[in-house]
Ligand binder design. Structure first.
Ligand code: 13P
Length: 261
C-alpha cells in the first residue's frame, strides 16, 4: 500500500461491532472478554462500541456496566411509539442503555427496502432520542464496476444524512456492499479516495461539523488488515461484522490503534 498516515487530527476513532442477527449463547462471555481486553492504553487511543440485536441490548448494556464501551441498536423506527409490529423506537434503545444506533445498513436497505429518505428520517429519530446515528452508505458491486461509486456515495450522503448532522450526533460508515462478509476489501487507494470524497462532501455541507465527523470503513475488516485500513487518511475507525463475533478478533482490530500517534 502506498501512503501510511496518522489518524485524522482531533478525531478519536471508534471501532464498532455490528453483531447483526448473532449473539445468542455466548454474548455474556464475549462482553466480559471485551471489557477485560480493552485496556487503559487502548482506551486512550480508540473508542469501542457494540451493536447487538435489539433483544440483547439491555443485557449487553448491563454487562458492560461502567466500562467505557458504548452500546447501541442496529436499527430504529422513525416514530417514538405506535402500531409498528416488530419495530423498535429510538427512545426504547435509550431505555435499554444504548447511546447509538445504526441506520441505513445495506442489509436493511436491501431486506427492508429502506430508501435514503427513510434512512434520513430514522437518523432524525435517533437524534430526537439523544442517540448518535451511524449512517451507513456504500456502493453495490455493479455500481463500482461501472465507475459510479462516488456518484452513489454523493447521492446517499445527500439523501440519508439529514441537515443538522454534526460530529457529535452523527458517524458516517462507508461499507462497500460487495466487501461485506465476502473477504474482499478495496485497494487502499480506493478506500482513501472514497473517504476523501466523503470528507469533502461533509465539509461542504456541514463545515467544521463535517471536518470532524467520524467516517468509518466497514467490509471484511479483520485483525490482519486493520492496521493498513485504519492508517488510511480520513478512516476514523471501523464498522465490523463477522470479526466482531469473536472478542479476540475484535480486540485485535482495536490493536491497530495501539501504536498509532
Ligand atoms: P463484515 O465485517 O462481516 O464484512 O460486515 C461488515 C458490516 O456489514 C458491518 O456493518
Amino acid at each position: 500500500m502506498k501512503e501510511i498516515v496518522t489518524m485524522t487530527p482531533d478525531i478519536t476513532p471508534i471501532v464498532a461491532g455490528n453483531w447483526k442477527m448473532n449473539g445468542s449463547g455466548n454474548s455474556q462471555s464475549m462482553v466480559r472478554e471485551l471489557v477485560e481486553g480493552f485496556d487503559t492504553e487502548l482506551r486512550q487511543k480508540v473508542d469501542m462500541a457494540i451493536f447487538p440485536p435489539a433483544i440483547l441490548l439491555e443485557r449487553v448494556s448491563n454487562w458492560l456496566g461502567d466500562a467505557t464501551i458504548a452500546s447501541g441498536a442496529q436499527d430504529c423506527h422513525a416514530n417514538a411509539s405506535g402500531a409498528h409490529t416488530g419495530d423498535t423506537a429510538a427512545e426504547m434503545i435509550v431505555d435499554a442503555g444504548g447511546s447509538m444506533v445504526l441506520v441505513g445498513h445495506s442489509e436493511r436497505r436491501v431486506d427492508h427496502n429502506e430508501s435514503n429518505k427513510i434512512v434520513a428520517t430514522k437518523a432524525e429519530a435517533a437524534w430526537r432520542a439523544g442517540l448518535v446515528a451511524f449512517v451507513c452508505i456504500g456502493e453495490l458491486e455493479a455500481e463500482r464496476r461501472s465507475g459510479n461509486t462516488l456518484d452513489v456515495l454523493a447521492e446517499q450522503l445527500a439523501g440519508s444524512v439529514p441537515d443538522g448532522a454534526n460530529a457529535a450526533n452523527t458517524v458516517v460508515a462507508y461499507e462497500p456492499v460487495w466487501a461485506i462478509g465476502t473477504g474482499l476489501v478495496p485497494e487502499a487507494s480506493d478506500v482513501e479516495e472514497a473517504h476523501a470524497f466523503i470528507r469533502k462532501q461533509l465539509v461542504e455541507r456541514f463545515g467544521n461539523g463535517g471536518a470532524t465527523m467520524r467516517i468509518l470503513y466497514g467490509g471484511s475488516v479483520k485483525p490482519g488488515n486493520a492496521g493498513e485500513l485504519m492508517a488510511i487518511k480520513n478512516v476514523d475507525g471501523a464498522l465490523v461484522g463477522g470479526a466482531s463475533l469473536k472478542s479476540e478478533d475484535f480486540l485485535g482490530i482495536c490493536e491497530a490503534y495501539r501504536n498509532m500517534t
